[in-house]
Design a binder for this molecule. Structure first.
Ligand SMILES: NC(=O)c1ccc[n+]([C@@H]2O[C@H](COP(=O)([O-])OP(=O)(O)OC[C@H]3O[C@@H](n4cnc5c(N)ncnc54)[C@H](O)[C@@H]3O)[C@@H](O)[C@H]2O)c1
Length: 393
């Protein structure tokens, strides 16, 4: 007999939530969006148009959670994740929680404890684990292509920083903690995944080096400033010409962190929010070679492996072309939603991991604290043994 559709609710149903909802909503084919929560009435009107006039809409997430649902997608701004996730898990609903899991280590651990208590299925939206270039790097490393991993260096060129991170709530610490958490959570998770360990010691340097000086700010408002895609100027360059940024900016636009992982790997991550280009480059070095990506899934993306002694060899010893996948974020978004829907229905193994999501926040939080204390090295506390056991067995 055909299984009924999973009944899905979305909290934060505009922006990223609208995109995820569009991927989840397959009436008659396994999943249906039946309830949406958003503080923007125009978003709720759009939700009716997309998912049908009969859906339940509200501006209060508690009213959504009072409904009879199977799964919930939370795609609100970061500072709302902890409270909304705990409430969703306490209702026993399967949860797709956007990254970063929460703003603090304690917040992540509270979410993990709520999931363990209720035994509700918790899934965190680290979609980069579904990007074909990342998956190819992971499988080559796991197959021993570079020997034992010893180091990983990540360079993150955030060419759209002025549009995506300094115009709205992202620009304020109270809503994000900082961009070494909000933006780097993806990369720290991938770095941990590729290297097979979690960060236990970190330090960082950085500052607000460009956007803080720009004139012509938006007028002050009390709460978090919503994103307005219409205000973005994606072709503007150089970034010193950017105007109408958030009235208050206290997150850094340039940062570098160093990590020592629990398996002895040393790693670095560097982020700049005003480069001309927008992509991330991973270099992983092992005892028998090094692997590097060029491109993040666009046509022409490839990996290069160096595994012989040489001087300057720009082409590497082996090149792996990455086929183009359909869908946003290099084809990762349709795959991550398909995995979540299967997990919500049946449980089982997933490529993403709540424990790993927590560890990326933990490293990002401690790096941010180090950066704001002039680079002092800080330990990254692990989760309790009980939580580790629950999420690994
Ligand atoms: N995995 C990815 O690739 C990816 C990409 C983009 C965003 N994200 C994550 O998704 C989340 C949302 O990001 P966004 O860019 O869509 O942000 P956004 O500011 O557009 O917010 C998303 C929606 O939440 C709504 N909202 C705000 N406050 C609310 C509240 N109190 N109750 C209910 N709804 C509320 C907004 O009106 C908006 O429709 C963030 O945590 C971000 O990190 C992840």
């Amino acid at each position: 007999m055909k299984k009924p559709d999973l009944q899905i609710g979305i909290i934060g149903s505009g922006g990223r939530g609208a995109h995820l909802g569009g991927l989840a909503h397959r009436p008659g084919q396994g999943a249906r969006v039946v309830a949406c929560c958003d503080v923007n009435p125009a978003t709720l009107a759009k939700n009716h148009a997309v998912y049908g006039p009969g859906i339940f809409t509200t501006s209060d997430y508690r009213a959504l959670l009072a409904r009879d649902l199977d799964a919930v997608i939370i795609a609100t701004p970061d500072f709302l994740h902890e409270e909304q996730a705990v409430a969703t898990l306490e209702r026993g609903f399967a949860l797709y929680l956007e990254k970063p899991m929460a703003l603090t280590i304690a917040g992540c651990d509270r979410i993990l404890r709520a999931a363990a208590r209720s035994r509700a299925r918790l899934y965190v939206g680290h979609n980069m684990r579904h990007m074909p270039f990342v998956r190819k790097m992971k499988s080559l490393i796991d197959d021993g292509a570079i020997g034992e991993v010893k180091a990983c260096w990540v360079r993150h060129f955030v060419g759209h920083g002025g549009d995506f991170y300094f115009r709205d709530w992202h620009a304020e610490r109270r809503y994000t903690t900082g961009l070494l958490l909000q933006k780097a959570a993806h990369d720290i998770d991938i770095l941990h995944w590729l290297c097979g360990g979690y960060t236990r010691l970190v330090n960082a340097l950085g500052g607000l080096t460009l956007y803080g000086d720009l004139p012509g700010r938006l007028p002050a408002i009390k709460g978090p400033r919503p994103i307005k895609p219409g205000d973005m100027q994606l072709d503007l360059f150089p970034p010193t010409r950017a105007r109408h940024l958030n009235h208050h900016i206290d997150v850094e636009d340039l940062s570098t962190m160093q990590m020592r992982l629990d398996n002895g790997v040393f790693a670095t991550y560097a982020q700049c929010h005003y480069t001309p280009d927008y992509w991330r480059n991973y270099t992983v070095i092992g005892t028998a070679g090094r692997l590097e990506n060029f491109g993040n899934g666009e046509p022409g993306t490839y990996l290069r492996l160096w595994n012989r002694r040489a001087g300057y060899n720009p082409k590497g010893d082996v090149t792996y072309k990455i086929p183009v996948s359909r869908g946003t974020h290099g084809g990762a978004d349709p795959m991550i939603m398909a995995e979540f829907l299967r997990f919500a229905r049946e449980g089982g193994r997933t490529e993403t991991s709540p424990l790993a999501a927590r560890e990326s926040v933990a490293a990002g939080c401690q790096a941010t604290a180090s950066l704001r204390r002039h680079g002092v090295p800080l330990k990254v506390p692990p989760v309790t043994a009980a939580l580790r056991k629950y999420f690994t067995t």
